[in-house]
Design a protein around this ligand. Structure first.
Ligand code: BEZ
Length: 217
């Protein structure tokens, strides 16, 4: 088990509602600029290293679900400290072994400039590997959610899609997504800020816990 440390953790640098820092870098599909994704959703994520077991399973799973992200008008972009040629060799191996082509960009970040700007590595960290940080960035370039997983635990692609669906649904309906929400299920109304509504509500919870359609929970 990893020993706890007092230094600032990766993922601590940026906050929800921050504008994602812009950058331009080399990637597996050519030069990319983060701000060029404005107008679409973007999932920007780091992985510790190419040619490692958990990362390989993540990239195979993401490539297999690429159409599901595209259907939600969401681009994917990955980053690690590995060189562009390491990325190429890894993607070729993934294609040959698993029969899937990873077509979304993988950025090289050998100097850690981007990884540090996004808090993917802590400033004091001597290990250059990034953790599994994932940023959900909306069409305005605003960070709307982020997750941080350790190197030894792979991300859930259904949960990445659920987060994206949830963010898109709450934006579209001006509502709230409850625990375990899935597409097709009701959202929640924003709670009342009016004391009369609190006292007038028939049920004790009805002033703050109602489906967006008006049904009490
Ligand atoms: C992995 O992806 O399997 C991995 C990466 C870095 C450290 C440990 C595991």
């Amino acid at each position: 088990m990893t020993e706890p440390t007092a230094r600032s953790a990766p993922c601590a640098g940026l906050r929800i509602s921050d504008l994602a820092p812009d950058f331009e870098a080399r990637s597996t599909i050519g030069p990319v600029r983060l701000s060029a994704f404005r107008g679409r959703w973007l999932i920007f994520f780091s992985h510790p290293a190419d040619f490692t077991p958990v990362c390989t399973t993540e990239f195979v799973a993401l490539a297999r679900e690429a159409a599901a992200f595209a259907a939600r008008d969401c681009a994917l972009m990955a980053l690690s400290v590995d060189s562009l040629f390491s990325h190429f060799a890894w993607l070729r191996m993934i294609r040959d072994r698993f029969g899937v082509e990873v077509r979304f960009p993988i950025v090289e970040d050998p100097t850690l400039v981007i990884g540090r700007a996004f808090g993917m590595v802590s400033p004091q960290d001597s290990d250059s590997a990034t953790v599994r940080t994932t940023f959900f960035i909306d069409p305005r370039g605003v960070i709307r959610a982020m997750t941080c997983y350790p190197a030894n635990l792979g991300r859930s692609i259904p949960e990445m899609l659920r987060i994206l669906d949830g963010l898109q649904a709450v934006d579209a309906q001006g509502a709230l997504a409850p625990a375990n929400w899935q597409v097709g299920e009701p959202l929640l109304e924003s709670p009342s800020h009016d004391l009369d509504a609190v006292f007038d509500a028939e049920e004790a919870t009805a002033w703050f816990l109602r489906d967006a359609g008006g049904q009490d929970r």
